[in-house]
Ligand binder design. Structure first.
Ligand SMILES: O=C[C@H](O)COP(=O)(O)O
Length: 284
């Protein structure tokens, strides 16, 4: 792992990150337009991850996504529907539109289970029809500074995923230190993550602009080193269109417009889609 980290400049200054993030976000209003709201809508992984989830409420969510195409012919649907693994089949059976299915798996949201269980859960979700997997990095091993094991775990999971898109959740609200967020991002990308994702939206704080700044910089440097584009998913407590536009502004300024497509940018949220549709209706 030392060899990998050596390739990246690991010196980070908290003050610089806070200042640069604030400078970029200051200009968010120039991106606050219906055209960008529509683009952001198409980047949403509309999410239901509740202890009380049942077939009924998952059906209702899928039906809303199905109906969208009949009502809004001038804009693209959300990117995916994100559920617990035991609801993948429920979504698959009802989904009638070209939207992907994301499953959280691998002991979500804590990652505290046996590797065998993680692999079994991931394999079952794929067998049931998941197109994308959101899996939490092993933060416990990370805090022990056992980076090699964290790397190997992600590499093994990616091996099981094959072509199924793998998003590794760093849980930035738990990592806290910018240097740890950067390390976790680099380690996940080098181990094979197709996306890095900020948060589970459970227990710990969700996405924060400064963490997203650090992740964008890591994605940019990873591309410079390896010529492979890794996507970014921001999640956890993102409700308003305004917040989404601020994350759009960060990605645009650091990574550029080529990352602002559902291929490389996602927002995981349980409430943002309704709020974007509402604000679009208000300006119509
Ligand atoms: O990955 C998605 C998050 O769990 C969604 O979080 P949220 O319910 O705070 O929008």
């Amino acid at each position: 792992m030392k060899e990998i980290f050596k390739k990246f400049d690991m010196a980070l200054c908290r003050g610089d990150i806070n200042r640069k993030t604030a400078e970029i976000i200051m200009n968010w209003e120039k991106n606050d337009t219906p055209e960008i709201w529509r683009l952001l809508y198409s980047c949403i992984d509309v999410t239901s991850l509740n202890t009380g989830d049942s077939d009924e409420n998952i059906w209702a969510m899928v039906e809303k996504v199905n109906e969208f195409d009949n009502i809004y012919s001038d804009m693209n649907n959300v990117s995916s529907i994100c559920v617990y693994p035991n609801f993948v089949k429920t979504v698959k059976e009802m989904l009638r539109t070209n939207v992907k299915i994301t499953s959280v798996a691998g002991g979500f949201p804590s990652s505290q289970t046996f590797m065998e269980i993680k692999i079994a859960e991931i394999s079952l979700a794929i067998a049931d029809g998941a197109d994308e997997l959101d899996v939490v990095m092993n933060c416990s091993k990370f805090f022990e500074r056992n980076f090699q094991e964290v790397y190997e775990e992600i590499a093994e999971i990616k091996n099981v995923c094959g072509d199924t898109r793998l998003k590794i959740i760093l849980e930035t609200g738990l990592l806290k230190e910018f240097s740890d967020i950067r390390k976790a991002a680099i380690l996940s990308m080098c181990a094979g993550a197709d996306f890095i994702k900020t948060s589970t939206g459970k227990i710990y704080a969700g996405a924060k602009p400064e963490s997203v700044y650090v992740m964008c910089e890591a994605i940019k440097e990873y591309y410079e080193q390896y010529h492979k584009k890794v996507g970014l998913k921001v999640s956890g407590g993102i409700c308003t269109t305004q917040e989404a536009v601020k994350y759009y502004t960060l990605v645009k300024e650091i990574l550029g417009m080529e990352y602002l497509t559902p291929e490389y940018f996602r927002i995981g949220s349980s409430s943002l889609s309704d709020n974007i549709l509402q604000i679009l209706q208000e300006v119509d």
